[in-house]
Design a binder for this molecule. Structure first.
Ligand SMILES: [Zn+2]
Length: 343
């Protein structure tokens, strides 16, 4: 549905030409000359070459398959990222006259599923790559884009594991240090995350806050967001779901360690589409605000980073240590196989 949004915008103004078979290429070229949202996958070399690098912002929408319990789809974070990319791209061309938003296909790969926080490295619905693999992917793409002269990149990947965020932050720092441009991992910035948390905190009653507890993953918030954005993908069983959570961060980490942990932390039954809309609108507005600030010259290294906060917390340090050990063990397993079977 979100992809249709891109197509719809790009095709605006094409209607008069619809009867002519050659209308689409003409119209696409015309739209690139002005401020538009375009998909890189639709462009040919001449069209990409013609983009004004100083006024083109590239969007790299991420996504991942990560379990979100029995009621939400595994691609929940990807659905949020896709929708946010759509809104950011439209906002960029609306607020920056003459600019082009160049949207890449969504890459459904992320690192470090939230199931890891309780020590579950294998969980139905979670299919991740190692954080080092994720970092290499985004660094490689940063180099491709940098070598082609692009200087503005927004990474849109709504997943919050510490090593996942750090990997994307590092790719952005590499791009900046190597090419002098800006590559910003928006979800890694505290001012963007605050848009989500502040709206949620203001809308919940004290009783709801107590029941939802320290909801680290797939709680009232994500169920509400999905009821707002994709209600057809929320299993109705959420209305009877028991709260699985803690009143402190440590209690929630402990709750996730249970062998029969259902894959979420919080109280899904409290979710409403109205809360989802409030949270989404606030979150999306915060992301747009920070993006525009960067495009207007703000230095993103001055924004507080979420990964820095997480790394200071011993509970998250434990998660980082166990994921790193898992990463190294898998790396050794793969390298040992390659050494035995070089071809
Ligand atoms: Zn999620």
């Amino acid at each position: 549905m979100e992809r249709e949004g891109f197509t719809e915008r790009r095709s605006k103004g094409c209607e008069d030409l619809r009867i002519a078979l050659f209308a689409l290429p003409l119209c696409l070229s015309a739209s690139i000359a002005g401020a538009q949202v375009v998909r890189v996958a639709d462009l040919n070399t001449a069209q990409i070459r013609a983009l004004d690098r100083t006024k083109t912002v590239v969007f790299l929408p991420g996504g991942m398959l990560e379990e979100h319990g029995p009621y939400l789809p595994a691609f929940t974070d990807g659905i949020l990222s896709e929708r946010l990319t759509d809104e950011l791209a439209r906002a960029a061309v609306a607020k920056k006259p003459g600019w082009t938003a160049l949207v890449f296909p969504q890459m459904p790969v992320g690192a470090s599923g939230s199931n890891e926080l309780g020590g579950h490295f294998v969980f139905p619905g979670t299919y991740v790559v190692r954080p080092t693999t994720l970092r290499a992917m985004y660094m490689d793409l940063a180099a491709e884009l940098g070598d082609q002269g692009f200087r503005w990149i927004m990474v849109v990947h709504v997943h919050g594991a510490p090593l996942h965020i750090r990997a994307l932050d590092q790719a952005g720092d590499f791009f900046h240090d190597t090419y002098g441009g800006r590559m910003v991992n928006l979800w890694g910035l505290v001012p963007v995350l605050s848009g989500w948390g502040n709206a949620l905190g203001a809308a919940m009653t004290d009783a709801e806050k107590k029941e939802d507890g320290v909801s680290l993953h797939g709680g009232m918030d994500e169920h509400s967001l999905m009821l707002h954005l994709k209600p057809e993908l929320v299993s109705p069983g959420y209305k009877q779901a028991a709260a699985v959570t803690g009143q402190t961060l440590a209690e929630s980490f402990n709750a996730a360690k249970a062998a029969d942990w259902p894959g979420y932390l919080g109280s899904p039954r409290l979710a409403t589409a109205a809360l989802g809309k409030k949270t989404w609108d606030s979150f999306s507005a915060a992301a747009v605000e920070q993006m525009i600030a960067v495009l207007n010259g703000a230095d993103p290294s001055q924004f507080q980073r979420y990964a820095d906060l997480l790394e200071k917390n011993p509970l998250y340090q434990g998660w980082i240590t166990s994921t790193t050990a898992h990463d190294e063990a898998l790396d050794a397993k793969e390298k040992a196989w390659i050494a035995r079977k070089p071809r």
